[in-house]
Ligand binder design. Structure first.
Ligand SMILES: [Zn+2]
Ligand SMILES: [Zn+2]
Length: 140
């Protein structure tokens, strides 16, 4: 008989896994992230590169969000600039219609302003994404 390396229960000598706590008895552990059997003294799983003892949250979220935050503030400036330009253009257009247009044109201009603000925000974000992509393509 031998005792479990983890919980101390007596188990049969030929048991590779403790029937009481489920821990392996052969200096190996099951990676919590990818399920690979790895040596219990490794800091990182050779298959997935994570700590095999710590189950980590889904990394797909990290991969998609990290690039937009790890860069410096240039893409954010580009985003703000894009929004500002479209916003200013729509304001100018709105004022022009308001000064020279009749009542019907003013109503139309109001709707156009709302649409243009929405469009401006969208275009600004789009510009930011394009700039991010451009920067990463340039080797950033
Ligand atoms: Zn055990
Ligand atoms: Zn792993």
């Amino acid at each position: 008989m031998k005792t479990c390396r983890k919980c101390g229960h007596e188990i049969q000598d030929d048991f590779n896994v403790c029937p009481y706590c489920g821990s392996r008895q052969d200096n190996k552990i099951t990676c919590q992230n990818c399920g690979a059997i790895v040596e219990d003294d490794v800091a990182f799983c050779p298959r997935c590169g994570k700590d095999p003892r710590v189950k980590q949250a889904s990394t797909t979220v990290h991969y998609s969000t990290r690039p937009s935050y790890s860069y410096d503030d240039k893409p954010i400036k580009g985003k703000a600039l894009g929004v500002l330009i479209v916003f200013l253009l729509s304001i100018i257009g709105f004022i022009l219609v308001y000064v020279i247009g009749d009542e019907e044109a003013k109503q139309g201009a109001k709707i156009m302003l709302i649409v243009e603000i929405c469009l401006g925000v969208f275009l600004g974000i789009l510009m930011g994404i394009v700039m991010c992509a451009g920067m990463s393509a340039a080797g950033y």
